[in-house]
Design a binder for this molecule. Structure first.
Ligand code: PMP
Length: 395
């Protein structure tokens, strides 16, 4: 039998051991984690809607109407009119013909990719795509070719050499780097080489584009350019679940084929109602996005002035590059001692030698809270390995 305990010990030695924290109370910047009050900069609740009073009321008001559980899969008797209305709302919000509601983004990626590509087909996947995309590719049994991060010319060369059905898949906003995929160029090469383009906009929906409609619309691209759009609802939307949006034929095909849609219990319908309310809010409330952008600019200027190395990102994902796993853990611990929570992200979530602190900003943060983070970072600058220090940028 495998020695699982020894494998865990090895992970600990390599600085790769993973732990969980016990959160009590609602998700918000002022978090209670393991019984301690901490100021959190690591949630994906980019607009501060996970604890929004209006969305909470939408959920509690819906409960007596819809009951609690989904009770069955969508194809048996779980497909509630609350799910149907949300699908229509999501299609309208993303300016697409139709949408299909999934239980999580992980399941959407698994189900969509494995339904749309199979044995004999080829999938082209950006090297930094999310784990759920990687797993969807494996599950599809298609041939998988990874292209260098954001490198459209090497992708194009690969596409030109390949015959048969081709699918290209990319994160819209990369979850660990915060940069945006070159969507216009990807759409162009996919058209030229008759490849189906799938964009997972988990971190763009709600945050980017006109009225938060996501990175695809920010790039001015339509359903004809990006036929398959995936979005998650547990991040900026503040609830839970995910969706796929595209033509009616495509959604119908997914209902027939996507196993993670077919063989799972429908989400509680009341949650679909709360999500609907949250989408309304996202569409109407530009002030949250404006505040968020101001916080991002404030953090970037302050951290670069301190000599921290950031990524070329203008999204709420603002990783501080450290490199060494142990150094990333030490920096995270030093911040925690000052009452600030930022988790260290290490391989295999990021490439070897690229451990980092994944700072995320939210519209729920105040400027004073960002300044508190910067002050704490100033105090632990000495923990940064020499090679991770940048020439301070004067602002
Ligand atoms: N895609 C990306 C790019 C993600 O970052 C994540 C979550 N971290 C997912 C999909 C999975 O979404 P969910 O959390 O809804 O399962």
């Amino acid at each position: 039998m495998r020695d699982f305990g020894a494998e865990i010990e090895q992970r600990k030695q390599a600085g790769l051991y993973r732990t969980r924290r016990l959160v009590s109370g609602p998700q918000k910047p002022e978090l209670i984690a393991d019984g301690k009050p901490l100021l959190s900069f690591c949630s994906n609740d980019y607009l501060g809607l996970a604890n929004h009073a209006g969305n909470i009321s939408a959920l509690s008001e819906a409960l007596p109407e819809t009951g609690l559980g989904g009770a069955a899969s969508h194809l048996v008797c779980g497909h509630h009119d609350a799910h149907h209305q949300l699908e229509q709302r999501l299609a309208e919000f993303t300016q697409r013909s139709s949408a299909l509601f999934f239980s999580t983004g992980y399941m959407a990626n698994l189900g969509v990719i494995s339904a749309l590509a199979g044995r004999g087909d080829t999938i082209f996947s950006d090297r930094l795509n999310h784990a759920s995309i990687i797993d969807g590719c494996i599950l599809s049994r298609a041939k998988v070719r990874r292209y260098a991060h954001g490198d459209v010319s090497s992708l194009e060369a690969m596409l030109a050499q390949t015959s048969g059905h081709k699918l290209v898949v990319t994160d819209g906003v990369f979850s660990m780097d915060g940069d945006i995929a070159p969507l216009k160029e990807l759409a162009r090469v996919c058209k030229a080489h008759d490849a189906l383009l799938v964009v997972d906009d988990a971190h763009g929906i709600g945050v980017l584009g006109p009225q938060g409609r996501g990175s695809v619309l920010e790039a001015g691209l339509s359903e004809a350019d990006v036929p398959v759009l995936i979005g998650t609802l547990g991040k900026a939307v503040g609830t839970s679940g995910a969706f796929v949006a595209g033509t009616e034929v495509l959604m119908d095909y997914l209902v027939q084929k996507a196993r993670t849609y077919i063989y799972t219990t429908a989400m509680p319908p009341a949650l679909a109602k709360a999500t609907y309310a949250s989408i309304d809010l996202i569409e109407q409330d530009d002030a949250r996005r404006t505040h968020l952008q101001a916080l991002i600019a404030r953090f970037r200027a302050g951290a670069q002035e301190l000599g921290y190395q950031l990524m070329p990102s203008y999204t709420p994902i603002q990783p501080i590059m450290v490199g060494d796993n142990h150094a990333a853990l030490a920096l995270s611990r030093a911040l925690e001692e000052q009452g600030i929570l930022v988790t260290a992200i290490r391989p295999p979530t990021v490439p070897e030698g690229e451990a980092r602190l994944r700072v995320t900003l939210s519209a729920a943060h105040s400027e004073a809270q960002v300044d508190r983070l910067l002050k704490a970072l100033a105090r632990c600058r000495s923990l940064l390995p020499e090679q991770a220090v940048q020439e301070p940028v004067a602002v």
